[in-house]
Design a protein around this ligand. Sequence first.
Ligand SMILES: C[S@@+](CC[C@H](N)C(=O)[O-])C[C@H]1O[C@@H](n2cnc3c(N)ncnc32)[C@H](O)[C@@H]1O
Length: 286
Amino acid sequence: MEQNNEQQPADATLRDLPDAEYEQIRAMIYDLCRLSFDKDKKPLVQYRLGKRLRDLGFSSYRQYLKFVKEQDGGEELTILINALTTNLTYFFREPDHYDFLTETVFKPYAAGPRDARLRLWSAGCASGEEAYTVAMIMNETIPDLERRDALILATDVSTRVLDIARRGDYPLERFKDTPAELRDKYFEPADQGGRACFRALPALTRLVRFRHLNLMDKWPMRNPLDVILCRNVMIYFDKATQQELVNRFYDALKPDGFLIVGHSETLTGVKHRFEHFRKTIHKKSE
Ligand SMILES: C[S@@+](CC[C@H](N)C(=O)[O-])C[C@H]1O[C@@H](n2cnc3c(N)ncnc32)[C@H](O)[C@@H]1O
């Protein structure tokens, strides 16, 4: 899994996570989202859920799990998923993918017929930086974008990060790999509860539709897609789940469409129909 900077709090041991309860949480999160937590991730899970137990006033995981299971409507399950997903992301992460989109997708689209549709999907978008980066380069590459039918669908299973994405407020550190002129062109300085941030402008927000979606559920798209970005998501799934997902992505794409995965991901060991286009970029050739 990706690095995170979470430290175990000093009082974490007050709510010790017994192995039996850890197994129940692992099974629950696997059944829901197919996220695979190894045995060695117990301290991480304990840290992330410890905060929640403290907020709810529970003194044991047994009490907490009883509460999760008995609660109508599944609200606590949503909070559990929000707590256990890893949502690390930033603008212009893995920038060669954006160069690829500029040259291979957006320039040919800009040169093609005005009425053509263009649909991209940021699957596992976290707090939206990936989708907004795509929106920036679309704006930069397609001169008459406002008069075209080009959109980005961005989905995630975590409602917490989707709220951030919809608000469009980001702290300065998320822009560490973003050219300053693009940041200043597409974001305005704003105040988020007393903290300085940059707020996405309509030139970006009008291009992106954020939706809650568990990739394991039925997908809402009715028309085939041009590009799917599913970067740094499948690393959290086992091979069988990756295989299932990659085949569903294939079926959701147009002929000649592309699937882009993260730099640390590979389709090696996964049976699929894609043509290898270049490292981490796969083409649907029919
Ligand atoms: C590390 S982030 C990747 C963000 C972005 N794609 C990037 O590369 O910067 C992984 C995201 O996948 C989401 N995710 C994990 N399991 C999921 C599932 N079953 N359905 C939808 N999203 C999921 C997590 O909530 C998290 O926001």
